[in-house]
Design a protein around this ligand. Structure first.
Ligand code: GRG
Length: 309
């Protein structure tokens, strides 16, 4: 089914009103900041800046930057201080999606409910748009201030580690190499930890660091981010199997068609749902010490577990 502009979007259960208002508010602030940080679309060469902005403003859920801001809030920090780091994470995430959709990778025609970058701008420009977003991410992160306990250098290294060849890229390599092969649950966890959890975890850690969090808070945020990140990918695999392309804004059912290793393929749908719930419960447990200041993080974790796109 097409997910293009002619497709009909189905109604979906909305997050609770308060969380929806919170997400709308944060999304507006994140979009405003991204618009400020990115070169204007008319900046020469205009094609590349249009291509970068096309995917960045295509309607992503903004989960990672929202988590970064919520983590800063949980540690008593400000949205403004965390914002460059939140935006840098979203640029890295968007680059990874553009490249993931390329014919040499997952070969997808739709993303975020729109044609993929290479379908609109061609493969060469899509590769460059991903490269440029990755590079821009570090320029944006370098505009963060650092906090008394965490230097700007420490935070930049946090970002490079999460996006680099032992985390995000390592996950993608293992994913590519596992296609069509029998992959164990242990190997699958290795892929999920790197391909998905590393960047989500980095988002909450950077939010905490921007707020000069204590060592105990950083450990709690790490456990929260790690578990939410794993749960996120299990849910993503379930949605690929159970939702329509129109609902997801990308082609559904691709994992099965590509014989990709997923939790539903290895342990079944029901068990996968139980695993996602268990991981989310572990994420909640990590927040106990924040004594209510992490209400937004907790609500986001619940939303991610219950989401349908
Ligand atoms: C270096 C050539 C090269 C490629 C890098 C690292 C990489 C490619 C791809 C990994 C990207 C990937 C698909 C990770 C899985 C994480 C995931 C489920 C992403 C979808 O996240 P959502 O649902 O997306 O938050 P939106 O569109 O809402 O932001």
């Amino acid at each position: 089914m097409s997910v293009g502009s002619n497709s009909v979007r189905m109604a979906r259960p909305a997050p609770p009103k308060e969380l929806q208002a919170y997400l709308d508010d944060r999304t507006a602030a994140i979009n405003h900041a991204l618009d400020h940080f990115l070169p204007p679309a008319r900046t020469k060469p205009a094609t590349i800046h249009q291509a970068m902005r096309y995917s960045l403003f295509a309607g992503g859920k903004r989960i990672r930057p929202a988590l970064c801001l919520a983590a800063a809030e949980a540690c008593g920090g400000s949205q403004d201080t965390a914002m460059p780091l939140a935006c840098a994470i979203e640029c890295i995430h968007t680059y990874s999606l553009i490249h993931d959709d390329l014919p040499a990778m997952d070969d997808d025609d739709y993303r975020r409910g729109k044609l993929t970058n290479h379908k609109v701008f061609g493969e060469g420009i899509a590769i460059l748009a991903g490269d440029a977003l990755l590079t821009e991410a570090f320029d944006i992160a370098a505009q963060s201030q650092g906090s008394p306990g965490y230097s700007q250098q420490t935070m930049l290294r946090e970002l490079t580690k999460a996006a680099g060849s032992s985390q995000l890229i390592a996950g993608q390599v293992a994913d590519l190499e596992g296609e069509g092969k029998s992959v164990s649950a242990r190997q699958l966890k290795y892929i999920h930890e790197r391909k998905t959890s590393a960047l989500l975890c980095c988002a909450v850690r950077l939010g905490g660091m921007s707020a000069d969090c204590t060592a105990g808070q950083l450990a709690a945020l790490t456990s929260f981010g790690y578990n939410v990140g794993l749960a996120f990918q299990v849910i993503d695999d379930i949605l690929d199997l159970t939702q329509t392309s129109a609902r997801l804004g990308k082609t559904a059912g691709k994992d099965r068609a590509a014989k990709k290793a997923t939790y539903p393929a290895i342990v079944g749908l029901d068990h996968s749902r139980r695993i996602a719930r268990r991981l989310t419960n572990r994420a909640y447990e990590a927040l106990v010490g924040f004594k209510g200041k992490a209400a937004a993080l907790e609500a986001l974790a619940r939303y991610l577990l219950e989401r349908d796109r």
